[in-house]
Design a protein. Structure first.
Length: 346
């Protein structure tokens, strides 16, 4: 691996993670609420009134890796960097194409980023925020200067498409950001977890399967298969997750503002995980900030877990809504339960 060049003295203390390029990728297939109403008992009005979602993009030929790689290429191009410039790749996902190798390693191969170390982070919808804070720690430690962080998901393969209360919420896609060491960038960040409530949003992995396991009795075989089918897909207690979000996210944002010594009025934009429009409205109300400072893309994309924050970030960046020197907040929250927020200077 290439020499990353360690910082010394005050140089290390003052270095921050600055986002210097963004990118995003969505599958070609766009599925509207009306499209779903043709195959299940739901409606555009039912979905919009409860979530604010109007459409989502679902992978057909695309993979988690291909979308992550495309978003990464865009971010590198905007940053004016080549893949070989990267020293580290962090990929946040719960839906990689393989258990092993990690998504980050697959993206490394796809990009030809031969000088970079690479590994995955599993923190669900807060994953991109966790990756950003990990990048900040690496930069401040002096280990790396140029880091690619990714949020990428193919959630459609984890959903029970007969469960209308859950499957209508999610979509597929990827977002990425190139993070560089700079004197300006991330001001402060916090993150947290509450594993005691983790089963409010869960998806079971593969179970032990070896010759020394006690065999399931024949009489319970059918029930066991039915249980295995259900638990293999995302299960969510919507009310519990909603209560967690509207209680935790404003508190989390207030804490990171205090840590950064920044007032809410100084924040140009609050870029929140795109789970539910009602959650975003509740957060804006509790923070006493105008809803116009809370952009959304869930109407078009739905909830894409770790990918939602970087996709939203890329959209507002590409639309020219971010000016150099703007202070912004990125915040993610979801399964785990996990949450995190960061204050940045753009």
């Amino acid at each position: 691996m290439a020499d990353c060049g360690l910082y010394v003295g005050k140089e290390r203390e003052t270095m921050r993670a600055r986002i210097c390029g963004t990118g995003s990728s969505l599958p070609n297939l766009r599925v509207t609420n009306d499209d779903l109403s043709a195959i299940m008992e739901t409606s555009d009005a039912w979905i919009r009134s409860r979530t604010g979602i109007g459409a989502r993009h679902l992978a057909v030929e695309e993979t988690t890796t291909s979308m992550a790689a495309e978003a990464s290429r865009q971010a590198l191009a905007q940053a004016g960097m080549q893949p070989d410039d990267l020293e580290l790749i962090l990929a946040a996902t719960v839906s990689a194409d393989h258990v092993i190798p990690p998504l980050a390693c697959e993206v490394q191969h796809a990009l030809g980023a031969s000088q970079a170390a690479a590994y995955d982070i599993c923190a669900a919808c807060a994953g991109f925020i966790f990756a950003l804070q990990m990048a900040q720690a690496y930069i401040q430690s002096g280990m790396y200067r140029k880091i690619l962080i990714i949020g990428a998901e193919t959630l459609s393969k984890l959903l029970d498409w007969s469960d209308r209360s859950t499957c209508v919420l999610f979509g597929d896609g990827a977002g990425a950001a190139v993070v560089c060491a700079d004197e300006q960038g991330m001001i402060a960040g916090i993150q947290g977890s509450d594993g005691s409530k983790g089963m409010a949003l869960a998806c079971m992995g593969r179970q032990p399967n070896h010759p020394y396991l006690k065999q399931v009795p024949e009489s319970s075989g059918q029930n066991a298969k039915a249980l295995e089918h259900v638990s293999a897909y995302v299960q969510m207690n919507g009310q519990e997750v909603y209560k967690f979000a509207v209680r935790t996210v404003p508190k989390c944002i207030q804490q990171v503002l205090e840590k950064a010594n920044v007032q809410p009025e100084e924040i140009a934009m609050f870029l929140l995980h795109q789970a539910n429009e009602r959650i975003i409205e509740a957060v804006a109300k509790r923070l006493q900030q105008p809803i116009e400072k809370f952009p959304i893309c869930l109407e078009e994309c739905g909830n894409i877990s770790a990918a939602s924050v970087p996709i939203l970030l890329d959209r507002v960046n590409q639309d020219g809504k971010l000016k150099k020197g703007d202070k912004i907040i990125l915040a993610g929250f979801g399964a785990g339960l996990t949450w995190g927020a960061a204050v940045l200077t753009w």
